[in-house]
Design a protein around this ligand. Structure first.
Ligand SMILES: *Cc1c(COP(=O)(O)O)cnc(C)c1O
Length: 424
Protein backbone atom coordinates (compact mmCIF):
# COMPACT_ATOMS: atom_id res chain seq x y z
CA UNK A 1 0.00 0.00 0.00
CA UNK A 2 1.40 3.43 -0.92
CA UNK A 3 1.99 6.09 1.67
CA UNK A 4 -0.77 8.13 0.03
CA UNK A 5 -3.25 5.25 0.33
CA UNK A 6 -2.36 4.82 3.99
CA UNK A 7 -2.74 8.57 4.44
CA UNK A 8 -6.16 8.55 2.78
CA UNK A 9 -7.37 6.00 5.34
CA UNK A 10 -6.53 8.11 8.37
CA UNK A 11 -6.30 11.75 7.22
CA UNK A 12 -9.16 13.47 5.34
CA UNK A 13 -7.94 13.65 1.75
CA UNK A 14 -4.62 12.24 2.92
CA UNK A 15 -3.35 15.60 4.15
CA UNK A 16 -3.49 18.09 7.01
CA UNK A 17 -4.17 21.14 4.83
CA UNK A 18 -6.23 20.94 1.63
CA UNK A 19 -3.94 22.49 -1.02
CA UNK A 20 -1.29 19.83 -0.34
CA UNK A 21 -3.56 17.15 -1.82
CA UNK A 22 -3.04 18.28 -5.45
CA UNK A 23 -6.77 18.82 -6.08
CA UNK A 24 -5.81 21.98 -7.97
CA UNK A 25 -3.72 20.03 -10.48
CA UNK A 26 -5.01 16.43 -9.97
CA UNK A 27 -2.75 13.48 -9.32
CA UNK A 28 -1.09 12.34 -6.10
CA UNK A 29 0.90 14.54 -3.73
CA UNK A 30 4.64 14.12 -3.26
CA UNK A 31 5.66 13.05 0.24
CA UNK A 32 8.67 14.89 1.59
CA UNK A 33 11.30 13.26 3.79
CA UNK A 34 13.66 16.15 4.32
CA UNK A 35 14.80 19.40 2.80
CA UNK A 36 17.85 21.60 2.54
CA UNK A 37 18.29 25.04 1.03
CA UNK A 38 16.18 25.30 -2.13
CA UNK A 39 15.57 21.55 -2.37
CA UNK A 40 13.01 19.03 -1.18
CA UNK A 41 13.95 15.39 -0.84
CA UNK A 42 11.04 13.06 -1.43
CA UNK A 43 10.20 9.74 0.18
CA UNK A 44 11.01 8.04 -3.13
CA UNK A 45 14.45 9.58 -3.19
CA UNK A 46 14.04 12.44 -5.66
CA UNK A 47 15.52 15.91 -5.24
CA UNK A 48 13.19 18.75 -6.27
CA UNK A 49 13.70 22.50 -6.56
CA UNK A 50 11.13 23.88 -4.14
CA UNK A 51 8.91 26.88 -4.91
CA UNK A 52 6.35 26.05 -2.22
CA UNK A 53 8.60 27.32 0.55
CA UNK A 54 6.01 25.97 3.00
CA UNK A 55 3.67 28.64 1.52
CA UNK A 56 5.75 31.54 2.72
CA UNK A 57 7.74 31.04 5.92
CA UNK A 58 11.04 29.86 4.42
CA UNK A 59 12.61 33.09 3.19
CA UNK A 60 16.09 31.67 3.94
CA UNK A 61 15.29 28.30 2.39
CA UNK A 62 15.21 25.04 4.32
CA UNK A 63 17.29 24.55 7.45
CA UNK A 64 19.37 27.74 7.53
CA UNK A 65 22.19 27.01 9.98
CA UNK A 66 21.50 30.06 12.18
CA UNK A 67 17.88 29.02 12.72
CA UNK A 68 18.84 25.40 13.38
CA UNK A 69 21.45 26.48 15.94
CA UNK A 70 18.94 28.75 17.71
CA UNK A 71 16.46 25.89 17.91
CA UNK A 72 19.06 23.55 19.38
CA UNK A 73 19.95 26.14 22.01
CA UNK A 74 16.29 26.71 22.87
CA UNK A 75 15.65 22.96 23.17
CA UNK A 76 18.18 22.71 25.95
CA UNK A 77 16.11 25.13 28.06
CA UNK A 78 12.67 23.61 27.62
CA UNK A 79 9.85 23.42 25.10
CA UNK A 80 7.09 25.36 26.85
CA UNK A 81 6.65 27.02 30.23
CA UNK A 82 3.25 28.69 30.45
CA UNK A 83 5.09 31.70 31.86
CA UNK A 84 6.62 34.74 30.16
CA UNK A 85 10.15 34.62 28.74
CA UNK A 86 12.80 37.16 27.76
CA UNK A 87 12.82 35.88 24.19
CA UNK A 88 9.15 36.82 23.69
CA UNK A 89 9.88 40.38 24.74
CA UNK A 90 12.80 40.54 22.30
CA UNK A 91 10.72 39.20 19.40
CA UNK A 92 7.92 41.66 20.20
CA UNK A 93 10.43 44.53 20.32
CA UNK A 94 11.89 43.51 16.99
CA UNK A 95 8.47 43.21 15.31
CA UNK A 96 7.33 46.58 16.69
CA UNK A 97 10.55 48.24 15.54
CA UNK A 98 10.12 46.87 12.02
CA UNK A 99 6.41 47.62 11.48
CA UNK A 100 5.43 51.29 11.53
CA UNK A 101 1.81 50.55 12.46
CA UNK A 102 2.59 48.18 15.36
CA UNK A 103 3.18 49.78 18.76
CA UNK A 104 2.27 46.56 20.56
CA UNK A 105 1.88 42.97 19.49
CA UNK A 106 0.34 39.71 20.75
CA UNK A 107 1.90 36.40 19.71
CA UNK A 108 -0.39 33.52 18.76
CA UNK A 109 0.09 30.16 17.03
CA UNK A 110 -1.15 30.68 13.48
CA UNK A 111 -2.25 33.28 10.99
CA UNK A 112 -5.82 32.10 11.45
CA UNK A 113 -5.71 32.95 15.14
CA UNK A 114 -4.19 36.34 14.39
CA UNK A 115 -6.88 37.43 11.92
CA UNK A 116 -9.82 36.17 13.98
CA UNK A 117 -8.45 37.99 17.01
CA UNK A 118 -8.10 41.28 15.11
CA UNK A 119 -11.71 40.98 14.04
CA UNK A 120 -12.82 40.55 17.66
CA UNK A 121 -10.72 43.53 18.67
CA UNK A 122 -12.02 45.67 15.80
CA UNK A 123 -15.60 44.88 16.78
CA UNK A 124 -14.92 45.67 20.41
CA UNK A 125 -13.10 48.91 19.63
CA UNK A 126 -15.71 50.26 17.22
CA UNK A 127 -18.84 48.79 18.77
CA UNK A 128 -19.78 47.73 15.24
CA UNK A 129 -20.59 44.32 13.78
CA UNK A 130 -19.76 44.05 10.11
CA UNK A 131 -16.57 43.20 8.24
CA UNK A 132 -15.61 43.92 4.65
CA UNK A 133 -13.34 41.38 2.99
CA UNK A 134 -12.08 41.33 -0.58
CA UNK A 135 -12.83 38.37 -2.85
CA UNK A 136 -9.74 36.23 -3.42
CA UNK A 137 -7.98 37.34 -0.24
CA UNK A 138 -7.45 34.58 2.31
CA UNK A 139 -7.38 35.26 6.02
CA UNK A 140 -7.30 31.78 7.51
CA UNK A 141 -10.23 29.51 8.23
CA UNK A 142 -12.25 31.26 10.96
CA UNK A 143 -15.98 31.29 10.16
CA UNK A 144 -16.24 35.03 9.50
CA UNK A 145 -13.69 34.82 6.68
CA UNK A 146 -15.02 31.71 4.92
CA UNK A 147 -17.28 33.76 2.76
CA UNK A 148 -17.72 34.02 -0.97
CA UNK A 149 -19.32 36.88 -2.81
CA UNK A 150 -22.93 36.15 -3.67
CA UNK A 151 -24.23 37.23 -7.07
CA UNK A 152 -23.69 40.85 -8.04
CA UNK A 153 -20.68 43.05 -7.47
CA UNK A 154 -21.45 44.42 -4.03
CA UNK A 155 -23.19 41.86 -1.98
CA UNK A 156 -23.71 40.09 1.31
CA UNK A 157 -21.38 37.18 1.76
CA UNK A 158 -22.56 33.58 1.59
CA UNK A 159 -20.73 30.75 3.41
CA UNK A 160 -17.97 29.24 1.30
CA UNK A 161 -17.97 26.10 3.43
CA UNK A 162 -20.72 23.94 4.93
CA UNK A 163 -20.81 24.36 8.68
CA UNK A 164 -20.32 28.12 8.53
CA UNK A 165 -23.56 29.66 9.84
CA UNK A 166 -25.27 32.26 7.67
CA UNK A 167 -25.77 34.22 10.86
CA UNK A 168 -21.99 34.66 10.93
CA UNK A 169 -21.41 35.37 7.25
CA UNK A 170 -24.31 37.77 7.10
CA UNK A 171 -21.96 40.19 8.81
CA UNK A 172 -19.19 39.72 6.24
CA UNK A 173 -19.54 41.89 3.16
CA UNK A 174 -17.50 41.02 0.09
CA UNK A 175 -16.08 43.42 -2.49
CA UNK A 176 -13.85 42.73 -5.49
CA UNK A 177 -10.12 43.41 -5.07
CA UNK A 178 -8.84 46.68 -6.55
CA UNK A 179 -12.33 48.21 -6.49
CA UNK A 180 -12.72 51.18 -4.14
CA UNK A 181 -16.20 52.11 -5.33
CA UNK A 182 -17.76 48.91 -4.00
CA UNK A 183 -16.05 49.31 -0.65
CA UNK A 184 -17.40 52.82 -0.31
CA UNK A 185 -20.90 51.67 -1.22
CA UNK A 186 -20.76 48.97 1.47
CA UNK A 187 -19.36 51.38 4.08
CA UNK A 188 -22.39 53.59 3.42
CA UNK A 189 -24.96 50.84 3.20
CA UNK A 190 -25.51 48.56 4.99
CA UNK A 191 -22.71 50.29 6.95
CA UNK A 192 -21.99 49.42 10.60
CA UNK A 193 -18.59 48.18 9.40
CA UNK A 194 -16.06 47.50 12.16
CA UNK A 195 -13.19 46.82 9.79
CA UNK A 196 -11.97 46.32 6.26
CA UNK A 197 -9.42 43.49 6.07
CA UNK A 198 -7.10 43.23 3.08
CA UNK A 199 -4.01 41.38 1.92
CA UNK A 200 -2.17 44.56 0.91
CA UNK A 201 -0.46 42.50 -1.77
CA UNK A 202 -2.74 39.54 -2.44
CA UNK A 203 -0.89 36.22 -2.45
CA UNK A 204 -3.73 33.75 -2.17
CA UNK A 205 -5.13 34.12 -5.70
CA UNK A 206 -1.77 33.84 -7.32
CA UNK A 207 -0.04 37.19 -6.88
CA UNK A 208 -2.24 40.25 -7.35
CA UNK A 209 -0.73 43.61 -6.43
CA UNK A 210 -2.82 46.57 -5.32
CA UNK A 211 -3.28 49.12 -8.07
CA UNK A 212 -1.84 52.56 -7.59
CA UNK A 213 -3.96 54.44 -5.04
CA UNK A 214 -5.88 51.36 -3.85
CA UNK A 215 -4.35 51.03 -0.37
CA UNK A 216 -4.38 54.81 0.07
CA UNK A 217 -8.05 54.78 -0.92
CA UNK A 218 -8.90 52.06 1.61
CA UNK A 219 -7.09 54.08 4.27
CA UNK A 220 -9.04 57.22 3.42
CA UNK A 221 -12.42 55.52 3.18
CA UNK A 222 -12.07 53.59 6.45
CA UNK A 223 -11.09 56.84 8.22
CA UNK A 224 -13.98 58.70 6.67
CA UNK A 225 -16.54 56.07 7.73
CA UNK A 226 -15.07 55.34 11.19
CA UNK A 227 -13.99 51.76 10.40
CA UNK A 228 -10.64 50.17 11.15
CA UNK A 229 -8.26 49.04 8.42
CA UNK A 230 -6.58 45.66 8.94
CA UNK A 231 -3.57 44.71 6.84
CA UNK A 232 -3.24 40.94 6.79
CA UNK A 233 0.53 40.71 6.34
CA UNK A 234 0.74 37.05 7.39
CA UNK A 235 2.32 36.31 4.01
CA UNK A 236 3.88 39.67 3.10
CA UNK A 237 5.31 40.59 6.51
CA UNK A 238 9.14 40.53 6.38
CA UNK A 239 8.76 38.85 2.95
CA UNK A 240 8.29 41.77 0.57
CA UNK A 241 10.49 43.98 2.73
CA UNK A 242 11.55 44.45 6.35
CA UNK A 243 8.38 46.15 7.64
CA UNK A 244 6.05 44.62 5.05
CA UNK A 245 3.74 46.32 2.58
CA UNK A 246 2.98 49.07 5.08
CA UNK A 247 6.60 50.15 4.76
CA UNK A 248 6.73 49.82 0.98
CA UNK A 249 3.46 51.69 0.46
CA UNK A 250 3.66 54.15 3.34
CA UNK A 251 0.03 53.33 4.17
CA UNK A 252 -0.48 52.59 7.86
CA UNK A 253 -3.31 50.29 8.87
CA UNK A 254 -4.90 50.31 12.34
CA UNK A 255 -4.18 46.62 12.91
CA UNK A 256 -1.70 44.23 11.34
CA UNK A 257 -1.49 40.43 11.31
CA UNK A 258 1.72 38.46 10.85
CA UNK A 259 2.73 34.80 10.67
CA UNK A 260 4.82 32.64 8.35
CA UNK A 261 8.29 34.31 8.16
CA UNK A 262 8.20 35.41 11.82
CA UNK A 263 8.20 31.76 12.95
CA UNK A 264 11.30 30.71 11.02
CA UNK A 265 9.45 27.56 9.95
CA UNK A 266 7.71 26.83 13.26
CA UNK A 267 4.03 27.50 14.01
CA UNK A 268 3.36 31.13 14.93
CA UNK A 269 1.16 34.13 14.30
CA UNK A 270 0.98 37.66 15.66
CA UNK A 271 -1.29 40.67 15.61
CA UNK A 272 -0.69 44.21 16.65
CA UNK A 273 -1.43 47.85 16.12
CA UNK A 274 -1.73 51.17 17.83
CA UNK A 275 -1.20 51.16 21.57
CA UNK A 276 -4.68 52.32 22.51
CA UNK A 277 -6.21 49.51 20.48
CA UNK A 278 -3.88 46.77 21.72
CA UNK A 279 -4.39 47.86 25.33
CA UNK A 280 -7.95 46.58 24.97
CA UNK A 281 -6.64 42.99 24.76
CA UNK A 282 -6.80 40.89 27.95
CA UNK A 283 -5.39 41.15 30.52
CA UNK A 284 -4.60 44.83 29.79
CA UNK A 285 -8.20 45.27 28.68
CA UNK A 286 -11.49 43.40 28.39
CA UNK A 287 -11.17 41.75 24.93
CA UNK A 288 -10.42 38.09 25.62
CA UNK A 289 -7.79 36.17 23.70
CA UNK A 290 -5.41 33.50 25.03
CA UNK A 291 -3.26 30.51 24.06
CA UNK A 292 -1.58 27.61 25.90
CA UNK A 293 1.39 27.56 23.52
CA UNK A 294 1.37 31.23 22.50
CA UNK A 295 4.88 32.69 22.49
CA UNK A 296 6.22 29.13 22.41
CA UNK A 297 9.96 29.14 23.15
CA UNK A 298 10.90 27.04 20.11
CA UNK A 299 8.81 29.07 17.66
CA UNK A 300 10.08 32.32 19.16
CA UNK A 301 13.71 31.15 18.98
CA UNK A 302 13.39 30.04 15.34
CA UNK A 303 11.53 33.22 14.41
CA UNK A 304 13.99 35.46 16.19
CA UNK A 305 16.94 33.78 14.45
CA UNK A 306 15.27 34.08 11.04
CA UNK A 307 14.48 37.76 11.61
CA UNK A 308 17.94 38.56 13.00
CA UNK A 309 19.45 37.03 9.89
CA UNK A 310 17.19 39.22 7.76
CA UNK A 311 17.91 42.30 9.81
CA UNK A 312 21.68 41.88 9.74
CA UNK A 313 21.72 41.65 5.95
CA UNK A 314 18.58 43.44 4.91
CA UNK A 315 20.51 45.84 2.67
CA UNK A 316 21.62 42.84 0.59
CA UNK A 317 19.03 40.11 1.20
CA UNK A 318 16.01 41.90 -0.25
CA UNK A 319 17.92 43.07 -3.36
CA UNK A 320 19.22 39.50 -3.82
CA UNK A 321 15.71 38.07 -3.55
CA UNK A 322 14.55 40.73 -5.99
CA UNK A 323 17.20 39.97 -8.61
CA UNK A 324 16.78 36.17 -8.37
CA UNK A 325 13.01 36.58 -8.73
CA UNK A 326 13.38 39.09 -11.58
CA UNK A 327 15.67 36.60 -13.36
CA UNK A 328 12.99 33.92 -12.93
CA UNK A 329 10.27 36.25 -14.20
CA UNK A 330 12.26 37.29 -17.27
CA UNK A 331 13.17 33.69 -18.11
CA UNK A 332 9.62 32.41 -17.79
CA UNK A 333 8.28 35.24 -19.96
CA UNK A 334 10.93 34.69 -22.60
CA UNK A 335 10.24 30.95 -22.73
CA UNK A 336 6.50 31.57 -23.07
CA UNK A 337 7.00 34.19 -25.77
CA UNK A 338 9.28 31.91 -27.79
CA UNK A 339 6.65 29.15 -27.58
CA UNK A 340 3.80 31.49 -28.43
CA UNK A 341 2.10 30.80 -25.10
CA UNK A 342 0.17 33.55 -23.35
CA UNK A 343 1.71 34.01 -19.90
CA UNK A 344 1.42 36.71 -17.33
CA UNK A 345 3.88 36.91 -14.43
CA UNK A 346 2.94 39.19 -11.51
CA UNK A 347 5.47 39.68 -8.80
CA UNK A 348 6.24 41.51 -5.59
CA UNK A 349 9.84 40.79 -4.67
CA UNK A 350 10.19 37.06 -4.03
CA UNK A 351 6.44 36.37 -4.33
CA UNK A 352 5.71 35.30 -7.89
CA UNK A 353 2.34 34.64 -9.56
CA UNK A 354 2.18 32.88 -12.91
CA UNK A 355 -1.03 32.94 -14.92
CA UNK A 356 -1.68 31.48 -18.34
CA UNK A 357 -3.58 34.43 -19.73
CA UNK A 358 -2.91 37.36 -22.00
CA UNK A 359 -4.66 39.80 -19.68
CA UNK A 360 -3.68 41.63 -16.55
CA UNK A 361 -4.88 39.86 -13.40
CA UNK A 362 -6.52 42.43 -11.12
CA UNK A 363 -8.99 40.34 -9.15
CA UNK A 364 -10.30 36.85 -8.51
CA UNK A 365 -12.39 36.56 -11.70
CA UNK A 366 -9.27 37.17 -13.77
CA UNK A 367 -7.57 34.18 -12.13
CA UNK A 368 -10.69 32.06 -12.67
CA UNK A 369 -10.58 33.04 -16.35
CA UNK A 370 -6.93 32.06 -16.83
CA UNK A 371 -6.03 28.71 -18.44
CA UNK A 372 -5.92 26.61 -15.27
CA UNK A 373 -5.80 23.35 -17.21
CA UNK A 374 -2.60 24.45 -18.85
CA UNK A 375 -1.27 25.32 -15.41
CA UNK A 376 -1.98 21.76 -14.28
CA UNK A 377 -0.22 20.26 -17.33
CA UNK A 378 2.81 22.51 -16.90
CA UNK A 379 2.87 21.78 -13.17
CA UNK A 380 3.16 18.03 -13.81
CA UNK A 381 5.77 18.39 -16.52
CA UNK A 382 7.84 20.58 -14.21
CA UNK A 383 7.48 18.04 -11.41
CA UNK A 384 8.78 15.32 -13.75
CA UNK A 385 11.72 17.65 -14.39
CA UNK A 386 12.30 17.97 -10.61
CA UNK A 387 10.76 21.42 -10.09
CA UNK A 388 7.97 21.57 -7.49
CA UNK A 389 5.61 24.53 -7.92
CA UNK A 390 2.77 25.03 -5.46
CA UNK A 391 0.07 22.63 -6.74
CA UNK A 392 -2.56 25.23 -7.62
CA UNK A 393 -2.92 28.21 -9.95
CA UNK A 394 -4.26 30.11 -6.92
CA UNK A 395 -0.99 29.88 -4.98
CA UNK A 396 2.09 32.07 -5.11
CA UNK A 397 5.61 30.78 -5.82
CA UNK A 398 8.16 31.65 -3.15
CA UNK A 399 11.79 32.31 -4.00
CA UNK A 400 14.27 32.07 -1.11
CA UNK A 401 17.81 33.25 -0.59
CA UNK A 402 18.84 29.62 -1.22
CA UNK A 403 17.60 29.88 -4.83
CA UNK A 404 20.74 30.73 -6.80
CA UNK A 405 21.28 31.28 -10.51
CA UNK A 406 21.69 27.54 -11.00
CA UNK A 407 18.28 26.71 -9.55
CA UNK A 408 16.58 29.59 -11.36
CA UNK A 409 18.14 28.71 -14.71
CA UNK A 410 17.26 25.03 -14.37
CA UNK A 411 13.70 26.08 -13.58
CA UNK A 412 13.52 28.26 -16.69
CA UNK A 413 14.88 25.45 -18.90
CA UNK A 414 12.38 23.00 -17.42
CA UNK A 415 9.58 25.52 -17.93
CA UNK A 416 10.57 26.02 -21.55
CA UNK A 417 10.43 22.27 -22.17
CA UNK A 418 7.17 22.01 -20.25
CA UNK A 419 5.60 24.36 -22.80
CA UNK A 420 6.56 22.10 -25.73
CA UNK A 421 3.45 20.93 -27.51
CA UNK A 422 2.42 17.42 -26.44
CA UNK A 423 3.70 14.69 -28.74
CA UNK A 424 1.09 12.93 -30.88
C1 LIG B 1 -1.36 31.80 5.38
C2 LIG B 1 -2.23 32.96 5.58
C3 LIG B 1 -3.14 33.03 6.66
C4 LIG B 1 -3.39 31.88 7.58
O1 LIG B 1 -2.28 31.53 8.33
P1 LIG B 1 -2.23 30.06 9.01
O2 LIG B 1 -0.98 30.10 9.80
O3 LIG B 1 -2.22 29.09 7.87
O4 LIG B 1 -3.46 29.93 9.84
C5 LIG B 1 -3.84 34.20 6.85
N1 LIG B 1 -3.68 35.24 6.02
C6 LIG B 1 -2.83 35.21 4.98
C7 LIG B 1 -2.69 36.41 4.11
C8 LIG B 1 -2.10 34.06 4.71
O5 LIG B 1 -1.30 34.02 3.64
Amino acid sequence: MSLYQRALAVLPGGVNSPVRAFRGVSGEPVFVRSAQGAYLETEDGRRLIDYIGSYGPLIHGHRPSEVMAALERALRHGTTFGAPTAAEVELAELICSAFPAMDMVRLVNSGTEATMSTLRLARAATGRRRLIKLAGCYHGHADAFLVAAGSGAATLGVPSSPGVPETVTADTLVAPYNDLGTVETLLQSPGDVAAVIVEPVAGNMGLVPPESGYLEGLRELTRQYGSLLIFDEVMTGFRVDWGGVQTLSGVEPDLTTLGKVIGGGLPIGAYGGRRELMRQIAPAGPVYQAGTLSGNPLAVAAGMAALRLLEAERETIYPRLESASARLEAGLLEAAASRGVELRVQRQGSMVGIFFTGRQVRRLEDVDASDRERFARVFHRLLEASVHLPPSPYETLFVSTAHGDEEIDRTIQAFDRALEPEAG
